[in-house]
Design a protein around this ligand. Structure first.
Ligand code: ATP
Ligand code: MG
Length: 356
């Protein structure tokens, strides 16, 4: 199981320089008033792992107003031993460090620090377009099938080139030059996703009823982005003229989606907002369960303000399944009593960006 043993956050939001050490993997509870900086701590962990915030697209906004850089550091124990991860952003330049050396890509850090976040924004997974769901599926495929990332990059590269050729009005022959490399990468991306989603769908089916009775018949299926019965190479050739008019490639793994159904209907159309949130959380916890079983590495879970998102009974059920997941969990709440954790948990109180 991956877990953070030491965490340093500097120049982030309203947080004073924070240094935390975790002697064991017991749940970490962070409490404090509204605006104390609880979410900012989770944001820091997520940023170090993924290079992104889960609530803000402009990284500049995360940097403390008076600070001239953001510096994040963590010591992580994972399946490959002890790792030191560093992330620094200074004047819109990001520098990544891994075990004392420069890292070339954020994926190197992500590989060592698998992190899943549940926050009010997680609801977007269900209500927004398919890109969030593809990202969700690709996150798991990346850990389960390491070659996935390279295939995905090759696919993105070939796709950009084909779309560029379409928009430039290049002759058919020139556009079609990209079909073979695009297809090779597409096959690998699709196979890895298919594999991962099949396993995830089985985990969701057994795990969801433990979280909520209303999720007892939820099903998840993967749709690959082109018609099941069609050959993708033929589709690109046949659609070339139409693609040219639109200026982009219509069919392929970049149009994949995950569909969620309950009682024979699209889950979104019949679930209340609270149930949708439960479903988003269940999907995330299922990913954690699956990875802990399949690659023996469970992601670190960041659960932001669970009491604001779930009723007391569902909160209780979520807390009860966490130990099964064999994962380090960070939770935030305004009131510690709203999250009855066991005596093993570690509790930090935040007051205006300072830990007490
Ligand atoms: N770039 C920044 N520099 C300094 N302070 C900031 C910056 N961005 C946001 N803040 C402040 O940092 C605080 C951190 O907010 P955060 O969302 O982490 O609080 P929270 O404890 O999660 O609150 P809530 O309980 O309302 O969710 C807010 O008071 C916000 O005004
Ligand atoms: Mg918050």
């Amino acid at each position: 199981m991956a877990h953070i043993s030491r965490l340093t956050l500097m120049g982030l939001r309203n947080l004073a320089s924070i240094e935390l050490t975790f002697e064991n993997t017991a749940p970490v509870l962070i409490t404090g008033a509204n605006g104390a900086g609880k979410t900012a701590i989770l944001e820091g962990i997520h940023l170090l792992a993924s290079g992104r915030s889960f609530r803000e697209s402009r990284l500049q906004r995360l940097q403390q107003w008076q600070a001239d850089q953001v510096t994040l550091f963590a010591e992580v124990e994972n399946r490959q031993g002890s790792q030191q991860l560093g992330w620094q952003r200074h004047k819109s330049e990001t520098q990544l460090r891994l075990n004392g050396e420069n890292a070339r890509a954020q994926a190197e850090l992500a590989w060592h620090l698998p992190v899943q976040i549940f926050s009010p924004e997680s609801h977007d997974l269900l209500i927004n377009g398919p890109s969030e769901r593809r990202r969700f599926c690709d996150w798991g495929a990346f850990y389960q099938h390491p070659p996935f990332l390279l295939a995905w990059r090759h696919y993105q590269h070939a796709l950009r080139q084909r779309n560029h050729a379409l928009r430039q009005g290049a002759p058919d022959k020139e556009v079609a030059l990209w079909h073979q490399p695009l297809w090779q990468a597409a096959e690998q991306v699709d196979a890895a996703r298919q594999d991962y989603c099949t396993a995830l769908s089985a985990t969701v089916a057994t795990f969801a009823p433990q979280i909520s009775d209303s999720l007892s018949d939820i099903s998840l299926s993967y749709h690959r982005g082109w018609k099941a019965e069609e050959d993708l190479l033929d589709t690109w050739t046949q659609q070339l003229e139409h693609d040219r008019q639109l200026g982009y490639t219509q069919a392929g793994p970049h149009r994949a989606d995950l569909k969620l159904r309950s009682q024979g209907r699209d889950a979104l159309s019949i679930f209340s907002r609270g149930q949708q949130k439960l479903l988003a959380l269940t999907l995330m916890l299922s990913q954690a369960k699956l990875l802990s079983e399949s690659i023996n590495e469970s992601p670190i879970l960041l659960l932001d303000d669970l009491p604001a998102e779930l009723d007391a009974a569902h909160r209780q059920r979520v807390l009860a399944v966490l130990p099964q997941l064999n994962t380090q969990v960070f939770l935030t709440a305004t009131d510690a009593n709203s999250l009855p954790l066991n005596a093993m948990s570690q509790h930090w109180q935040l007051n205006q960006g300072r830990l007490e």
